[in-house]
Design a protein around this ligand. Structure first.
Ligand SMILES: Cc1cc2nc3c(=O)[nH]c(=O)nc-3n(C[C@H](O)[C@H](O)[C@H](O)COP(=O)(O)OP(=O)(O)OC[C@H]3O[C@@H](n4cnc5c(N)ncnc54)[C@H](O)[C@@H]3O)c2cc1C
Length: 411
């Protein structure tokens, strides 16, 4: 031990990365303060698709009962439509995924469950409604020593041996720490909205991918029984769509939807009146750690929405960060050892994040341009009718389902 006290860790943001990291530290005997600016997780729209790689890690947390109570839905099949025609349907069989078939969960309920379990440990201090304003440095400015926060009790300073920024895509830790960022231009935005579940689904709950000229349209039955729609549009065109009015917008979407959806969408136009725009971004910081600070999850690498990878990658970061840091923090507040352990997180997680981001960048470049070659490439899904093409596509999709590197909880 380098000092006669326990190490202090401050985690900024209780999304999937921060909640799981704080849970692991607290339950492994490390004192941790978790700060969350929202007083209620449901106050913002959060992603809700979990891949097998995330489910496997959640199962390792040992809080199965709490997680089982989280509202969730399991798609029954994946359906691919090209120019409004079904070209391929794949049944989702839970056994084929070792009991870990992809799931749609209520993320607010999942976060409440994880934080609730963490709060059973006396090592966790959870501060809701508390926003981090900036990082605090030592007198030489060379080491981060804590955070300045605005809480319901006013402004305060929290000292820390390690600040972990898991504060998402608009991370204050990233900005205040001066982390250098490499960003990728994405050609699309996503409009999200819900409509009632179509009665014609019966017991079936397929997730549908509908590829049309210059658009991609995805739908799935969400955990609340509603049909969630994700309408992928060219970046910057949302303002124009809104100006043209909701009927025009629904027309555009209906014209790309399978015929059985068309009437359903038109019948529920009024319920599409408050669509929500996700402005997509994809980036990664050059270095995930600085003396006294580490960023994980979207704060380190905001993920493109392609393949619904953000939550999965954030959870995997959290587990690896705990694997690296718990043993070191148990030894006391040794700055050099903490910094070395924090630096190992990037070494272990960087390769998977880069590989997934490279894979995510391809589909929008094929799906969206209005060129002859893109039009030709958009017909590729029609080849999914053939078993060898399906086998190839299945292999290509493996990293989205199971990750690129092996991640296991080791502490
Ligand atoms: C509309 C939408 C749909 C998505 N769909 C999917 C999907 O289906 N599957 C998938 O895998 N991913 C999806 N994603 C992406 C996914 O939600 C993110 O990649 C994932 O949540 C990242 O987790 P995180 O813990 O790193 O950050 P976040 O989930 O962004 O959590 C950050 C937390 O930090 C808090 N915070 C921010 N700033 C501060 C501050 N200054 N002080 C204190 N707290 C702060 C925020 O309130 C938030 O709770 C979607 C994202 C959006 C926006």
């Amino acid at each position: 031990m380098t000092a006669d006290r326990l190490p202090r860790v401050v985690v900024v943001g209780a999304g999937p990365a921060g909640a799981v990291f704080a849970y692991l530290l607290a339950t492994r005997g490390i004192q941790v303060t978790l700060l969350e600016r929202q007083s209620d997780f449901a106050r913002e729209f959060r992603g809700e698709g979990l891949a097998p790689s995330a489910l496997e890690l959640l199962a390792q947390l040992g809080i199965d009962d709490a997680l089982a109570a989280v509202p969730q839905a399991t798609p029954s099949a994946l359906e691919f439509y090209s120019r409004r025609k079904l070209v391929f349907r794949m049944e989702i069989d839970d056994e084929q995924f070792g009991g870990l078939a992809p799931r749609i969960v209520s993320q607010p309920a999942m976060l409440e469950a994880i934080v609730g379990e963490a709060q059973k440990s006396p090592n966790l201090t959870f501060m809701r409604g508390t926003t981090v304003r900036e990082l605090l440095r030592d007198s030489e400015g060379s080491r981060i020593q804590g955070v300045r926060v605005h809480s319901p009790d006013g402004e305060q300073r929290l000292d820390a041996d390690l600040v972990v920024g898991s504060d998402g895509r608009a991370s204050v830790v990233r900005r205040s720490g001066g982390f250098q960022v490499r960003a990728e231009e994405l050609p699309m935005d996503v409009v999200w909205c819900k409509v009632p579940r179509p009665a014609f689904f019966g017991d079936d709950e397929p997730t549908r991918f509908c590829i049309g000229s210059g658009h991609l349209f995805i739908s799935y039955v969400a955990y609340d029984g509603q049909l969630q729609l994700a309408w992928i549009i060219l970046k910057g065109t949302y303002g124009e769509l809104r100006k043209q009015g909701i009927e025009h917008w629904v027309d555009e979407m209906a014209n790309h939807a399978p015929p059985d959806f068309e009437d359903h969408l038109r019948a529920h136009t009024s319920e599409l009146a408050s669509p929500f725009l996700l402005s997509t971004q994809a980036d990664c910081v050059e270095q995930w750690s600085l003396p006294g600070a580490l960023v994980i999850g979207d704060a380190a690498h905001t993920m493109s929405p392609v393949g619904g990878q953000g939550i999965n990658i954030a959870l995997r970061d959290a587990v690896v960060a705990a694997n690296c840091l718990v043993p070191v923090l148990r030894g006391g507040p040794d700055p050099a050892a903490i910094d070395a352990a924090a630096a190992r997180v990037q070494a272990l997680r960087g390769p998977e994040v880069s590989a997934i981001q490279r894979m995510q960048s391809m589909p929008p470049r094929i799906m969206l341009p209005q060129t002859w070659w893109a039009e030709a490439l958009r017909r590729l899904p029609e080849l999914l009718r053939f078993a060898p093409v399906r086998a190839l596509a299945g292999r290509a999709a493996q990293p989205f389902a199971f990750g690129v590197t092996r991640v296991e909880l080791e502490v």
